[in-house]
Design a protein around this ligand. Structure first.
Ligand code: AMP
Ligand code: GLY
Length: 423
């Protein structure tokens, strides 16, 4: 197939890498890709989605895969479908599940899907009243719109929650994205990332993963896009998967059909498990990054087949096969992440001589650019060292061994990825 992948991060790199390793050979193009995706694909840079759809038609693209949320919310799927192209992802209407937390919470409420008690409001008085009525702290305050993962404040006191409300409603914290807010109860449990590949009607659930959102070891410091992930997590049992299917995924797919916005694409379910009950924190409408980087290599089913069948309403004919293995991904970020940008730094990867390590690990490149055949870290999350094995410990050890072979000025990573599964 001729496959087009939208995006430039480690998530998109890992999708492309998995496709490039399939038995059947494919022709892969990234828009825009990064400094490493050109090692197995071609990079193009077309910003206008109408022009990109025309390019896809002219170049006989059989399947387009969209990595990040912004193009989905902006309607890239609608534009491609209007041109008769096959694209895997939700319509802009269905992407509101991520684009608007108010929309998402109202869908959860309307279809009786378990979620934290909340109010949605744009009134300071209403928010204050709800906060005053709450029996427990912390209290969670969320901006409605997309805030690059930063629009959630976990306030430890009622005063702090009210300050968060003020900052959002006045527009000073997140601009227009904070003009509507959610105030909700705090859920105390452990967090999971669960991904359902959906075609509007049918779905396939991938093994549950855990992300590590805080920048520092022991889940300290500010939130990031994610500093590492592992899967499958032993914290999930069959009972939780069943509850997720029956109480969450099926009612969501049915509900979205009723809303006139059938959900096609990756439904990323942010779950908090409280006393063995899965409660929904949020939906995203695309793969998690770094979760994607370990899930793609764990698929035995060709990734291109999974997404093609997802895009063409054929998931009912797919018998998904997952490798009997574990994966751990450790993010190597730049010195100043997530506070500010960092100077570009040359990346050096040692020659790996250990055959076992070579076979069971790889790098997924993210924030990198190439200058004269040399790779430079350009800031943010630079790359991920991914290790695989027959146990989480083996996978984790391989990921960290690989980290030791990668060098760039200011490199930093967490040293405790997968700790929840290993303690
Ligand atoms: P969200 O963007 O809604 O996923 O929120 C970002 C992070 O904030 C989540 O991954 C959780 O770790 C945390 N969070 C969000 N809502 C809650 C809640 N109601 N209770 C506890 N933690 C939460
Ligand atoms: N890893 C969390 C996210 O992609 O939003």
């Amino acid at each position: 197939m001729n496959i087009l992948i939208l995006g430039s991060g480690g998530r998109e790199y890992s999708i492309g890498l998995a496709i490039s390793k399939e038995k059947e050979s494919h022709n892969i193009t990234f828009c825009p890709g990064n400094g490493a995706t050109d090692s197995f694909a071609t990079n193009i840079d077309i910003k206008d989605y109408n022009k990109l759809a025309s390019w896809a038609k002219e170049n006989a693209i059989d399947l387009t895969i969209v990595g990040p949320e912004q193009p989905l919310v902006d309607g890239v799927v609608d534009i491609f479908k209007e041109q008769g192209l096959t694209i895997f992802g939700p319509s802009s209407k269905a992407a509101q599940l991520e684009g608007s937390k108010v929309y998402m919470k109202n869908i959860l409420k309307k279809y009786n899907i378990p979620t934290a008690a909340f109010i949605e409001t744009s009134s300071k008085d209403e928010a204050y009243k709800f906060i005053d009525s709450m029996k427990k702290t912390p209290i969670v305050v969320k901006a409605d719109g997309l805030c690059a993962g930063k629009g959630v404040i976990i306030a430890t006191s009622k005063d702090e929650a009210k300050k968060a409300v003020d900052g959002m409603l006045s527009g000073t914290s997140f601009g227009d994205a904070g003009k509507n807010i959610i105030v909700e109860e705090y859920l105390d449990g452990y967090e999971l990332s669960v991904f359902a590949i959906c075609d509007g009607e049918n779905y396939v659930v991938l093994p549950a993963a855990q992300d590590h959102k805080r920048v520092g070891d022991g889940d300290t410091g500010p939130n990031t896009g994610g500093m590492g992930a592992y899967a499958p997590t032993p914290l999930v049992n069959e009972d939780i998967y069943k509850k997720l299917e029956n109480r969450v995924i099926k009612p969501t797919l049915d509900g979205m059909k009723k809303e006139g916005a059938p959900f096609e694409g990756v439904l990323f379910i942010g779950v908090m498990v409280v006393d063995n009950e899965p409660i929904i924190l949020e939906y995203n409408v695309r793969f998690g990054d770094p979760e994607c980087e370990i899930l793609m290599p764990l698929l035995e089913t060709p990734v291109s087949e999974l997404f093609y069948k997802g895009a063409t309403k054929q998931l009912d004919t797919l018998d998904i096969k997952i490798k009997d293995q574990y994966g751990v991904a450790v993010v190597m970020a730049s010195e100043n992440y997530p506070y500010s940008s960092s100077e570009p730094a040359q990346i050096i990867v040692d020659n790996i001589v250990d055959e076992e390590l070579k076979e069971n690990s790889h790098i997924s490149f993210a924030g990198v650019k190439k200058i004269d055949d040399t790779l430079f870290a350009t800031g943010g999350r630079v790359l991920l060292c991914c290790g695989f094995g027959n146990s989480i410990k083996e996978a984790r050890d391989r990921a960290y061994l690989l980290c030791g072979q990668v060098h760039f000025a200011g490199k930093k990573c967490r040293s405790d990825i997968a700790y929840q599964a290993l303690r």
